[in-house]
Design a protein. Structure first.
Length: 547
């Protein structure tokens, strides 16, 4: 936990890790509160037509013990893998905790994955058991023959597989957790790169402790009395699981779940209002959609005290809007699935530069390396690197020694992300190596352009990519979704010209989208990020078809 010292510099300087030799995420989440305060609220289920459903630490402890006994009866051994394909829900939390108590390895998978995506991850991880719902069961059923390691599927609703509720209810509520070491494997989170198949980042039990300083930084000394946490991010993603669910339960902060199968900005404000959410992690795309809601602070009584945002660039416009409309300084943060939450804003201690991703979180050594693998000077663009050892850093890529070795240069973990650090120590995100647009000698990150595009009153969402160009190397091409009132504009050509002038006037005469294409939808990943590679490929295909 962070010391409450007067300045960020003192907190960073005085911080020391205290990672015990033995640590089990499942026990750490349940044990202390279940014994001392079994009636304490752990999870709050929100739905739009009724009162919130509260679930206590006592229930969490007993029912995760029951599920761990079910796993034991199924022959699950320490180190074996359990796939979890569920939305935010009680069974999701119970399954994670039971897997950790069993000494097994959780493999969370997004419920929106198609069968092929599930097959690859379940087969690669060698999952013996899967816990899912009817929808997931039906997907798995179509590819069951391709999963030789899969023995049992527990289903939380519907008719297929082993009935989750029935077997959990019948099991014994006493269970002795495996006494795991803090650096033993607990979790595989699959991450998709731009090349090759997805890689499974293997994390140890210590990863939970490693996230606490980052959480306390952007949620400004969480836990505080009456704190309630929420994120729209899928708990299958590192952001939803490790930035909210597990650390908040560990610290005794109730976590809100449910209520939205698909993100809706109006509903998000209503949920936060009705559950008295104080600390929210809202990914940038969701935050930009919330910016389109009219007068939210007047229409929805909010208790929000902190908003953290990360996963892609948020941009200055949305930060300024949140400060003005919600009275909250958004603390942007940065991390990767392999090493999450290592840079952050920290408004409570003066680390606040709108549009920046903050400074190193206490306990983490983060730097920038240039193309010669030398430390960058202030103002020089370089690759974000993180020093090992670090408790949030992954152990390895599952079954991929070469990719693991390639991820490191000496004792630096390479991220492939480009940033600039200013004289004051703030990191400004430029973009992924593969997102950078090289136009007429300039290297441009898409985030700044997209932020400027959505500041135009007609633009709801935008994505900017580099389109190959013989003269300039690349030109900036933008794909834009218009707001409802503008979607049938009488003169589309004039509107596009107006948007281009808007960007020219706010960025630079040479930094604007030379082409803008209006689209009905911008597809997002299951974690709410824009799928830029789809649009990059689309722009390349346009050039090739023209040739």
């Amino acid at each position: 936990m962070l010391q409450n010292l007067p300045t960020y510099e003192e907190i960073y300087r005085e911080f020391r890790w205290h990672i015990p030799e033995y640590f089990n995420i499942g026990d750490a989440i349940c044990e202390k509160f279940a014994i001392k305060e079994p009636g304490r609220i752990a999870l709050i289920g929100w739905n739009c037509d009724g009162k919130p459903d509260n679930y206590t630490y006592g229930q969490l402890h007993k029912n995760s013990n029951r599920l761990a006994n079910v796993f034991a009866d199924l022959g699950l051994k320490a180190g074996e893998r359990v796939g979890i394909i569920l939305p935010q829900s009680i069974p999701t939390a119970l399954t994670h905790i039971a897997v950790y108590k069993s000494g097994a390895i959780a493999v969370p998978l997004a419920r929106l994955f198609a069968p092929d995506a599930l097959v690859y991850r379940l087969k690669h991880s060698g999952a013996r058991i899967v816990v899912t719902n009817q929808e997931g069961y039906e997907k798995i059923s179509t590819v069951r023959g391709d999963l030789p390691d899969l023995e049992t599927v527990l289903v939380v609703d519907g008719d297929g597989g082993l009935d989750f509720e029935r077997v959990v209810k019948a099991a014994n509520a006493q269970f002795s957790s495996v006494n795991t070491k803090s650096d033993e494997p607990a979790l595989i989170i699959y991450t998709s790169g731009t090349t090759g198949p997805p890689k499974g980042a293997l994390h140890a039990h210590r990863v939970l402790l490693g996230h606490i300083p980052g959480l306390q930084t952007h949620h400004e000394f969480i836990p505080k009395p009456q704190d309630v946490a929420w994120t729209p991010a899928d708990w299958a993603w590192a952001g939803g699981l490790l930035n909210i669910l597990l650390p908040c339960l560990y610290m005794g902060v109730p976590v809100v779940y449910g209520g939205m199968n698909r993100f809706d900005a109006e509903t998000a404000f209503r949920l936060m209002s009705e559950t008295k959410t104080t600390c929210a992690f809202i990914p940038p795309t969701a935050m930009r959609l919330m910016k389109t809601v009219d007068k939210p602070a007047k229409r929805f009584p909010l208790k929000i005290r902190t908003i953290g945002s990360g996963g892609e660039s948020l941009g200055l416009e949305t930060c300024l809007w949140a400060k003005k409309e919600l009275g909250v300084e958004i603390n942007e943060f940065y991390g990767q699935t392999e090493c999450n939450l290592v840079l952050s804003g920290f408004g409570a201690r003066g680390v606040a530069k709108p549009g920046s991703i903050g400074k190193p979180v206490p306990g983490h050594n983060v730097a920038l390396l240039n193309n010669n693998k030398e430390l960058c000077k202030p103002g020089e663009t370089g690759e974000v690197v993180i020093a090992r050892p670090d408790p949030v850093m992954f152990l390895k890529y599952w079954k991929d020694e070469k990719a693991t070795a390639d991820k490191f240069y000496k004792d630096w973990m390479l991220t492939g992300d480009q940033c600039v650090q200013d004289e004051a120590g703030y990191f400004d995100f430029v973009g992924r190596d593969d997102d950078i647009i090289s136009s007429a000698g300039y290297r441009l990150g898409p985030g700044e352009i997209e932020d400027c595009l959505i500041s135009h009153p007609a633009v709801k969402l935008a994505v900017a990519v580099g389109k190959p160009d013989q003269l300039r190397g690349e030109i900036i091409k933008a794909y834009v979704v218009l707001k409802d009132g503008y979607s049938h504009h009488h003169n589309t050509k004039d509107l596009i010209g107006e948007i281009q002038l808007h960007v020219k006037g706010r960025l630079a005469a040479n930094i604007y989208p030379r082409e803008i294409e209006l689209v009905e939808e911008i597809p997002l990943t299951t974690t709410g990020k824009v799928i830029r590679r789809t649009f990059r490929q689309r722009a390349i295909d346009e050039v090739q078809s023209a040739d």
